[in-house]
Design a binder for this molecule. Structure first.
Ligand SMILES: [Zn+2]
Length: 309
């Protein structure tokens, strides 16, 4: 497998050298970027436009905590000019292939560590299965950090393909994300400060909470990822938190089943809504979460609708 990948890599290099001599029309021709998540895929596509091939490893609707690469995808990583990954432990099932590629000399950029990551530090963050002292990987739910990611991407593209100007498109997209942030502030302005409390399926909304002045008061799934199972005592204490804080909604996610959240809502008895948000993946094409900007705006509208007057 590794040997095949290495031979394939040599062929791609050879072909790259040949086409590099014969064209000259587009200097970035043949630049191949492999991206792990659908969200980062959207950022990369917005920055590169037609100037590079973009291959996104994860299909829409898949939980990024729980994704394994196929052998073809592992080979694609080995042949990439640039691999863009989330990092901070998000892609648990890809860490081995990403590390192998990096030690074979492939340019792998993990975005998370470069955009001022937040720690899972609050007491409530620690939970069963840990989380305390580790960085929170869910930065893409903050459009200001996404804007920074777009700008930094231009720098990394410039390192692997310096003849193309990547900065103009990156800057335009970054500004779009910053404008979206202003829109989200205004969408959320209907939620009174005392009601800015989030109960979510898993601990994905730390960056969102920090950015918009919300507090995460409970999750259905303990720990920092989606991979742990709550005990019945943990679910009972979540029910208690929801009752005591008089929280009107539990936010579930498109990439995970909502069975447990519905059971918790039923246990609370009063009028607790179960509202689905986009978290680890873009929505299907044509949905209201089909792009990063659409998914962030849709989430804000659904949170405002559930927690607002
Ligand atoms: Zn997550």
């Amino acid at each position: 497998m590794r040997r095949t990948a290495a031979i394939g890599g040599a062929l791609v290099l050879l072909l790259g050298a040949l086409t590099g001599c014969s064209t000259g029309a587009s200097d970035a021709e043949g630049v191949h970027v492999v991206v792990t998540t659908t969200v980062l895929g959207d950022i990369v596509r917005n920055v590169v436009g037609d100037a590079a091939d973009v291959e996104v490893l994860m299909p829409v609707g898949v939980d990024p905590h729980d994704f394994q690469a196929s052998s073809q995808q592992a080979a694609a990583i080995q042949h990439a000019d640039l691999v863009v990954a989330n990092g901070l432990g998000l892609e648990e099932g890809l860490s081995d292939v990403l590390e192998a590629a990096e030690s074979d000399g492939v340019s792998v950029w993990e975005v998370g560590p470069d955009i001022d990551p937040r720690l899972f530090v609050e007491a409530a963050d620690a939970g069963e299965g840990g989380g305390a002292g580790r960085y929170d990987p869910h930065f893409w739910l903050d459009p200001i950090r996404d804007a920074e990611a777009a700008r930094l991407l231009a720098v990394h593209l410039d390192e692997v393909a310096p003849d193309h100007d990547w900065t103009a498109a990156a800057e335009a997209y970054a500004v779009e994300l910053e404008n979206l942030n202003d829109d989200i502030v205004s969408i959320l302005s209907v939620v009174p400060e005392v009601d800015r409390k989030l109960v979510t399926n898993h601990r994905a909304f730390g960056y969102f909470a920090d950015r918009y002045g919300f507090e995460m008061i409970g999750t259905v799934v303990p720990g920092g990822a989606t991979l742990a199972n709550p005990s019945s005592a943990e679910l009972a204490s979540l029910v208690k938190v929801i009752e005591e804080e008089d929280v009107p909604a539990i936010f579930t996610e498109t990439v995970e089943p909502d069975t447990l959240a519905r059971a918790v809502a039923e246990e609370v008895g009063s009028d607790v809504k179960v509202v689905e948000l986009y978290t680890g993946s873009l929505g299907e094409p044509g949905s209201d979460g089909a792009t990063l900007t659409a998914m962030l705006e849709t989430n804000a509208r659904r949170i405002a609708g559930a927690l607002g007057p």
